[in-house]
Write a protein that binds this ligand. Structure first.
Ligand code: ADP
Ligand code: MG
Length: 620
């Protein structure tokens, strides 16, 4: 049989590629805007006629192209952005496939005008139709690049007929415009549709850009989100739960400044809103994730709107907890102004005191929960934490409650409040004299007055949250301290249970356990985490073994998480335990140093707030 395989001519190959890259005028908008960003433009104008069916034009003031490059950019696989396959894993540009311009030129009438900064060079003007260069000439043009794409799909009638109404197509174009403009607030953007300005967005910051696009009312709806870890930086905003919508609304993920779609990460956001919005309502978000380009693969989809992450699970967990934390802060502290520096507010402890020079005296062995080891009580290693944000819950409380008899002290307040040190000295001085700030109810709840009313904290769940975060940190950061036991503890377990312990031995050691032997049917422990008393060890390990046996395989939780949850549950101070003043205050203090004080590791509510207005309504 004769040979039948032949190589397709370039213009056909380009048309085929165009089928993937260019689905509609909005795809052209996306590619051209992204090229302008990659060229480091500071100002970009998008001009649209007839929903992009007649004209899509992008004018930028970026780097421009040399004469040769201007010609070459329309070739397939012509790119200045990568040189080798390795470069695929360190991509910092929007483009890299070198096929957008080639594809667009295969299915439209394209005109390119471009000039580099180098003033010795005149600019270049090229006209190209269906991959064929019609003309190329020197031209006097501004620095930067202007690309005009006319009569899209002129040579593919099927595609042209397939386009939707102008209303639908312009919607898609605006969506693409928003995505690029949101990801690059430091670049000025203008959009002109059929001769009139639709958007004029000056260079600004992220919040301002969102407001400029979606309207001034948006500003008050935004809750800032921010977290930075070694593998991921999260910034941006979520829309307050009250403003959740029936339609999907504004939902934006950007990874390294590139808009992406991810149902998995979307799920993480939805999960963090759990309990705050009704079923069927959609949360709004503008989230910017920054990761090492090595840890993602962008090259899995021609339009590059999908990304493969190396460690999707951690992303999910971090995103969820960060947003929960932001929302938690928002919901427990509705009076807080997040833009205000709360360090300038009056800490409640000090409203009746004369100022003394703050001294830093930290008793590291201080342990308000420690009674006798046999009672199985809990211990907290004393830590200084940043509690400034929650303390402003108490701002003004003393004045309102007690009035002010000593004009002296009032005047002095202003001096004290400017010192950060006060937040760390919660337990110093004579707290009896400064008035009771917490009460215990039924040996179960801790009641604490706050500015807007009162807060009721579930002591057992609160302690679980504190221990959980501490344990999880110790397991991951591996910096826990052990307390050496004078006499090693010995336990006997069945073989399968020993196997379980062996599997988690390493993590347990990170929490502070020291195993002097762990084999056959005996376990010998010569050191324990500092926050566990000897009498608790047996129960903690038993519970842990049980929890691991009961674990639903592959439920999406990491072993570390399970371990921290289980240990926190058995170590936490029980309901029914009486706590003295210092213990109560310490618990509150520690709780608000947590990342997510309002929910327990098992997702139960840790605290509720009640507003004075609600009380007022009942006294009728
Ligand atoms: P890619 O962006 O994947 O490299 P394109 O086909 O979109 O592929 O562009 C090809 C090349 O043309 C780019 O790599 C870049 O060097 C050049 N180019 C495209 N648009 C511009 C522009 N607006 N300003 C400067 N150079 C551009
Ligand atoms: Mg490109």
């Amino acid at each position: 049989m004769a040979d039948i395989i032949q190589l397709l001519p370039d213009h056909v190959a380009n048309q085929i590629a165009a089928g993937e890259v260019v689905q509609r005028p909005a795809s052209v908008v996306k590619e051209l805007l992204e090229n302008a960003i990659d060229a480091k433009a500071e100002s970009i104008t998008l001009v649209i006629k007839d929903a992009g069916k007649t004209l899509v034009q992008v004018i930028d003031d970026g780097a421009g192209m040399s004469v040769t490059d201007a010609r070459l950019c329309f070739e397939r696989h012509a790119t200045s952005k990568i040189k080798s396959a390795e470069d695929l894993f360190s991509i910092n540009t929007k483009g890299f496939r070198g096929e957008a311009l080639a594809s667009i030129a295969a299915i439209a009438h394209v005109e390119l005008k471009t000039r580099t900064e180098d003033s010795s060079e005149v600019g270049t003007k090229i006209a190209i139709e269906g991959s064929e260069v019609i003309s190329q000439e020197p031209a006097v043009v501004q620095k930067g690049t202007t690309i005009s794409v006319k009569n899209l799909f002129y040579n593919i009638p099927a595609r042209r007929n397939f386009l939707k109404s102008n209303t639908v197509e312009i919607r898609h174009i605006i969506d693409e415009f928003h995505r690029v403009a949101l990801a690059h607030p430091n670049v000025a953007f203008t959009m002109i549709n059929n001769g009139s300005d639709v958007f004029q967005l000056p260079a600004s910051n992220s919040r301002q850009r969102i407001v400029n696009i979606f309207g001034t009312k948006t500003n008050e709806k935004l809750v800032p989100v921010s977290e930075e870890t070694e593998i991921l930086k999260i910034s941006g905003f979520v829309v307050k739960p009250d403003f959740a919508r029936k339609s999907r609304g504004e939902q934006f993920f950007f990874v390294n400044d590139r808009f992406i779609k991810s149902s998995y990460l979307h799920h993480a956001v939805v999960a963090s809103f759990e309990g705050l919005i009704k079923d069927g309502m959609n949360p709004g978000y503008f989230l910017f994730l920054d990761v090492d380009p090595k840890t993602i693969d962008i090259n899995i989809h021609p339009t590059k709107t999908e990304i493969k992450f190396d460690d999707e699970h951690s992303m999910y967990a971090m995103l969820r907890s960060t947003i929960k934390h932001s929302l938690g802060q928002f919901s427990i502290a509705p009076v807080l102004d997040f833009n205000k520096d709360s360090g300038f507010d009056t800490p409640y402890e000090y409203s009746k005191k004369f100022p003394v020079a703050p001294t830093i005296e930290v008793d590291r062995a201080f342990n308000p929960f420690k009674r006798e080891a046999s009672q199985g009580n809990i211990k907290f290693p004393y830590k200084r934490e940043n509690t400034a944000s929650w303390e402003s819950l108490y701002v003004g409380l003393k004045d309102e409650v007690d009035g002010d008899n000593t004009s002296n002290s009032h005047r002095m307040n202003n001096i004290e409040v400017e010192s950060d040190e006060v937040t760390g000295t919660l337990f110093e001085g004579d707290s009896e004299a400064s008035g009771q700030t917490t009460f215990q109810l039924h040996n179960k709840y801790i009641i604490s007055p706050i500015k807007s009313g009162m807060m009721i904290i579930h002591q057992h769940l609160a302690h679980q949250r504190i221990l959980y975060e501490e344990l999880l940190k110790n397991i991951t950061v591996q910096e826990a301290v052990s307390q050496q036991l004078l006499f090693p503890l010995e336990f006997h377990y069945s073989k399968p249970d020993i196997e379980i312990l062996k599997k988690i031995q390493e993590q347990l050691e990170h929490t502070g356990f020291v195993f002097s032997s762990l084999d056959k049917e005996t376990v010998e422990i010569s050191g324990t985490p500092v926050s566990i008393s000897e009498s608790q060890v047996a129960q903690v390990l038993e519970q842990l073994i049980k929890d691991i046996k009961d674990e639903v395989p592959d439920a999406g939780f990491s072993q570390n998480d399970l371990l921290a949850k289980s240990m926190a549950k058995s170590m936490a101070v029980k309901t029914g335990t009486q706590l003295n003043r210092k213990e109560q205050e310490h618990l509150v203090h520690q709780l608000f140093a947590c990342k997510e004080p309002s929910v327990a590791p098992n997702n139960k509510t840790v605290l509720i707030t009640m507003n004075v207005n609600d009380f007022d309504k009942r006294f009728i």
